[in-house]
Write a protein that binds this ligand. Structure first.
Ligand code: ADP
Length: 318
């Protein structure tokens, strides 16, 4: 809530200052990084105290990846995951509403890890939190950071630097009064080491969607486009046929199925340019049965076992 957008400097040349911050010669800081650092400078032309010891290229990346509150993701768009939503409400939303109660023993954790198979709503939760908490969401993917550093360093070295930097930053949160929550999302929790686990104190398993959640995704997506005409029995059949599908697999399935009526109308000889929405029938169970041949589940049973084990050992279970 207290996020202050960076103030553009008054055109002063901060080259010396930014390279001093970087602790490197002028040549070592490239133009885009320098521009970014200059944008973060206050009216006095100085970089805010807290940013001075940071790796300049890290600052550049973070600045480039500020994501605005995403009005497109609300709690209600996320199917299932009631447990995760409840934990997040306690950990993030309530402390923001009642900081007077959430202090001392009740002071909220600063690190949340969402783990589980890909395409299950982890990123959606991150975006929804930012919206609900009226916070600014910085989305930084590990690959976007490492790909930048990989140019000059090996993979091992760049990921080590990335991790070290994050851990240093998190030490900083602990001592300050800022309301900063680090949300990590991964589909490879087993690769986190002890130091990272220690800082991400709340670890929530975000599993594949239940049958009810899959039904909800199908209904919600089709209803949004006015294409929903399936009976309860037909929805049940789709749910039975999609055991093991992730939320993202379900979205792809609906997309494919909703092409059925269009393909059929075109087959009947109607030209795409003359096609009217009324010429197309609603999406049927048969469309889904065909789409199931195209869209296969992306997560294997053996991967699921790994998540269950990690959850039993390190996850926040209740
Ligand atoms: P990840 O867990 O890999 O971060 P995302 O949150 O990016 O997955 O989900 C990818 C897409 O899949 C979403 O944009 C959404 O369309 C769909 N999806 C995944 N999980 C859910 C869910 N629980 N409810 C509704 N849609 C979902």
């Amino acid at each position: 809530g207290n996020f202050v957008p960076p103030i553009r400097s008054n055109g002063g040349n901060n080259g010396n200052m930014t390279t001093r911050v970087a602790g490197k010669s002028d040549d070592a800081v490239d133009d885009s990084t320098r521009r970014c650092l200059e944008m973060l400078c206050g009216p006095d032309g100085e970089l805010p105290e807290k940013l001075r010891n940071l790796e300049p290229r890290l600052i550049e990346h973070v600045s480039n990846e500020i994501m605005d509150r995403d009005p497109n993701v609300r709690w209600d768009d996320i199917a299932g995951l009631e447990h995760a939503k409840k934990c997040v409400t306690e950990m993030v939303i309530w402390p923001l509403l009642r900081p007077d109660i959430f202090k001392g023993c009740r002071s909220p954790g600063r690190g949340l890890l969402l783990f589980g198979p890909p395409g299950t709503g982890k990123t959606m939760i991150g975006k929804a939190i930012a919206g609900e908490a009226k916070a600014t969401f910085f989305y930084i993917s590990a690959s976007s950071l490492t790909s930048k550093w990989r140019k000059s360093e090996g993979e091992h070295e760049s990921s080590r630097r990335l991790k070290t930097q994050f851990l240093i930053e998190m030490e900083g949160f602990d001592s300050g009064n800022e309301q900063i929550l680090l949300i990590g999302a991964t589909n490879r929790p087993q690769e986190l080491d002890e130091a990272a686990r220690r800082r991400l104190t709340k670890r929530l398993y975000i599993p594949l969607p239940s049958s009810e959640a899959r039904a909800w995704i199908v209904r919600n997506l089709l209803e949004k486009d006015g294409l929903f005409k399936l009976s309860k029995e037909e929805i049940d059949t789709i749910c039975n046929l999609t055991e093991g599908y992730s939320g993202s697999d379900m979205k792809n399935l609906v997309k494919d199925a909703s092409m059925g009526p269009l393909r059929e109308a075109l087959k009947q000889g109607i030209e795409i340019t003359k096609l009217r929405k009324e010429d197309m029938r609603p999406v049927t169970l048969e469309d889904f049965e065909k789409a199931l041949q195209e869209v296969r589940p992306s997560v294997s049973m053996s991967e699921l076992g790994t998540y269950d084990e990690w959850n039993k050992q390190f996850g926040s279970l209740s």
